[in-house]
Write a protein that binds this ligand. Structure first.
Ligand code: ZN
Length: 102
């Protein structure tokens, strides 16, 4: 059986595609709010659709590698921003992906 690299859609889950029309502004309080119950360790805020997407440690590592970002040891207080995300972009990818700190 061939081992295939996980696609972004597999790593982050794909929901029905919202229209990528917005220029949403991040709410830092939501971006770095504690995670209640899932495996997420950090969020991505998408400017195009306004979503906050919880990302697992595995996902965060893969994205950091893809975009050449050095992840801090402590992710609390940090979040990612993207101009488009896996949910709303035509290519199902994050674009203009950057790490932010509160
Ligand atoms: Zn989006």
């Amino acid at each position: 059986m061939q081992h295939k690299k996980k696609t972004a859609a597999e790593l982050f889950g794909v929901a029905p595609r919202p229209k990528a029309i917005g220029r949403y502004v991040v709410d830092p309080g939501i971006a770095v709010a504690p995670f209640a119950h899932d495996d997420a360790v950090i969020r991505v805020f998408c400017h195009a659709c306004g979503r906050y997407i919880g990302i697992t440690q595995e996902g965060a590592g893969a994205l950091a590698k893809e975009f050449g970002i050095r992840l801090p040891d402590i992710l609390s207080g940090s979040y990612f921003e993207a101009s488009q995300c896996v949910s709303c972009s035509d290519e199902r990818k994050f674009t203009d992906f950057v790490l932010k700190h509160i």
